[in-house]
Design a protein around this ligand. Sequence first.
Ligand SMILES: [Zn+2]
Length: 242
Amino acid sequence: MTTTNLEVPVRALAIGAHPDDVEFGCGGTLAKWAAAGCQIFHLVCTDGSKGSWDPADDAATLVAARQEEQRAAARALGGSGEVTFLGWRDGELESGLRQRWDACYWIRHYRPDVVLGHDPWKRYRLHPDHRNAGLLATEGIVAARDPHFFPEQGVAPHRPSTLLLWEADEPDHTEDVTASFDAKLAALFEHRSQYRATMRIDDPSSVEQAEAFRRRMHDRAVEHGRDAGMTYGERFKRMDDL
Ligand SMILES: [Zn+2]
């Protein structure tokens, strides 16, 4: 069964592998909820240090730039700009106990009603960071809800009510992002260091290239919304029994 439009949560936490993943995956949904009073938080697992095609780029400079871009993007979605960076090395994220400890801690800290993340079970997914970040969202919830996991954290257990997975292998839930699509785009455009690598914008001053990117995002949102009768949608796999 396909469902639409969750009740606006009080707090939402989006867990992404890299700076910009959250905006691509659920930016419209977060912006819609933020406009309705929801507190939105970002947890970014890696440092984004491989997000450049230029071998001459300095990794530390890129990491710092991407953190600033991510905070600006979070604000563009309507949040406070509060972003937690776990700082694992880009391209080498694992879903081991140490990383699970982190995910558990921040879920307990932020106490989100809804957690959003990558679908770790999407078939034919190439990037290991996306798979492992998705696993961390699910495994972090399992640990966060149970007092016997990581009791040394000294933070009360917390059980979110819903998990939404983007780029879902079997989507069964759609959020209407018609009114928040522009905010999603504005947030994506804050990731200036990613114009070349992920947005196919070689020339930041090119109106045509920016328009082509906007058009691709438009087409995707239309496709996601179509079956649910929405102008623009974001599709997810929804899990409530956490
Ligand atoms: Zn990514």
